[in-house]
Design a protein around this ligand. Structure first.
Ligand code: GDP
Length: 476
């Protein structure tokens, strides 16, 4: 159903370019035979006799072409490509659950490319993106949520995000989901048994018992759905856009938060013309900070394009920081920004507080009545930055899950499945309470259980697998 698993795949597992070492992976039924044609342990032992999971020094040599050599003659000395370390991981104790050979060569593109070509000539096929992990899933080494967490682990942007990904990779989410699913399946079995006995009004299963069970599953699912609100932030990062007229200090703030000099700071208005994005860790939360060109009227076509992008960035952002210059009175441009409908989704940041204050709080209140999220900072002296970080954290984490240590849904696919499961359970609760037919209750419970099954992959389709694994890199 999931495509052939009987062929042997290979790929360069390290990123392209030069590196200290480069790793090539081979996995499949014939991994040892295929690799043995070009990887020759110095000890003279064939690969298949190496101790599993132990590194061995080996020569990587061009494959012998026995058919080119007349019978009875010695094979020619094969050219040495590289000296490498090789490790054999015998099935089922490998990442994919199949025989795996990993060769650590020098990390140059020519070495890795040549070895890869020889392995292909020796009978391997180039792996598709994510195919090693897909095989791990198909061979039962990981469930689907764990396989997805492998990608999250690779892509984690902060230490906290990594913690979340690792918990999922170890199966924390899967266990919770499977627990809920098994409760639903048990309830379903009781109802179906009642139906088989022709007991239409499900008296066979005590109604109050069923309601209690559904109440518990409902609570657990609600928690998962709630965690999903912040989960996306932990996994993908929050998008925070910095807005403000030219020269209020947007680039300076970005740099202060980055503590580096990625943006060019200049006192000439209107020089940050494009949208600049940087990833920062704010108390462990990955935040994609977007510095905009400033939203203002202009006839300069380049700047106008920048402004158009600023507006787009604002519309897509989780939060905006509206930056004001505390050393100047409120300008027309500031006021028009503050009067925008979107301004409620913002923190007002009054910058340059190291200079004498000219921005009147009354004017500010007048321009944006009732807005209470105001933070005073100085991008130059770093004053107020911790308070600003705290305010950002408070605003982007909406789900109330303060720590990512518990079970958390971070993936949109999982969040969607949990939501459908929750709806199914709610429907079932209504049907039970209203003494509806057992078939109806069973149908809703089946929908809920199947939705949860999609998360771990108990229920899956080739299309889902294709979508998930195509996001991976080749060699993972
Ligand atoms: P942008 O156009 O909004 O990106 O503004 P910039 O970050 O380029 O800053 C404009 C000018 O204001 C530069 O000369 C900065 O050095 C200065 N500036 C930015 N933040 C502060 C601050 O907190 N205090 C003071 N005194 N000057 C600042």
């Amino acid at each position: 159903m999931h495509g052939a698993l009987d062929d042997t795949i290979c790929a360069i597992a390290t990123p392209p370019g030069e590196g200290g070492i480069g790793v090539i992976r081979v996995s499949g039924q014939h991994a040892l035979d295929v690799a043995a044609q070009v990887v020759l342990p110095r000890s003279g032992k064939p690969l298949s006799e190496l101790v599993s999971h132990k590194l061995t020094v080996a020569d990587v040599r061009s494959p012998a072409r026995a058919q080119d050599v007349p019978q009875g003659e010695e094979l020619p000395v094969r050219s040495l490509l590289d000296e490498a370390l090789v490790v054999v991981m015998k099935r089922p104790h490998s990442y994919t659950g199949e025989d795996v050979v990993e060769v650590q060569c020098h990390g140059g593109p020519v070495v890795l490319d040549q070895l890869c070509r020889w392995l292909l000539a020796a009978g391997a096929r180039l792996a598709e993106p994510g195919e090693f992990t897909k095989r791990a899933f198909l061979n039962g080494k990981l469930d689907l949520a764990q396989a997805e967490a492998v990608l999250d682990t690779i892509r984690a942007k902060t230490a906290r995000s990594l913690t979340v990904a690792q918990a999922q990779r170890r199966g924390m989410l899967s266990r919770e989901v499977e627990q809920i699913r098994s409760e639903l399946v048990t309830a379903l079995a009781h109802i179906e048994a009642a139906l088989d006995f022709g007991d239409e009004d499900i008296a066979f299963v005590r109604k109050d018992e069923l309601l209690r069970l559904l109440e518990t599953t409902h609570l657990k699912l609600r928690r998962l759905v709630e965690s999903g609100k912040d989960g996306r932030i932990w996994r993908e990062g929050a998008v925070v856009v910095i807005l403000g007229r030219p020269n209020v200090g947007k680039s300076s703030l970005l740099n202060a938060l980055l503590r580096s000099d990625r943006a060019i700071v200049t006192p000439i208005p209107g020089t940050t013309r494009d949208v600049l994005e940087e990833l920062v860790s704010i108390d462990g939360i990955p935040v994609r900070l977007i510095d905009t060109a400033g939203i203002r009227l202009t006839h300069d076509p380049v700047e106008a394009e920048g402004i158009r992008r600023s507006r787009l960035a604002w519309a897509d952002a989780d939060l905006a920081l509206i930056l004001l210059d505390g050393s100047e009175p409120l300008s027309q441009e500031d006021s028009s920004l503050l009067s925008s409908d979107q301004a409620v989704h913002s923190i007002l940041v009054v910058n340059k507080c190291d200079l004498p204050r000219k921005l009147s709080p009354t004017h500010l209140e007048g321009a944006c009545p009732g807005h209470s999220d105001i933070v005073d900072i100085s991008a130059t002296t770093q004053m107020g930055l911790d308070a600003l970080r705290g305010a950002i954290r408070k605003r982007v984490l909406t789900g109330g899950v303060e720590s990512p240590d518990g079970v958390m849904v971070t993936n949109l696919r999982h969040a969607d499945a949990c939501q459908r499961a929750l709806l199914g359970v709610e429907q079932a609760q209504h049907s039970v309470a209203a003494d509806r037919a057992g078939e109806l209750i069973a149908l809703d419970l089946r929908i809920a259980a199947d939705a949860l099954g999609e998360i771990t992959g108990t229920i899956t389709t080739d299309e889902i697998l294709e979508r998930i694994f195509s996001e991976f890199c080749i060699g993972k």
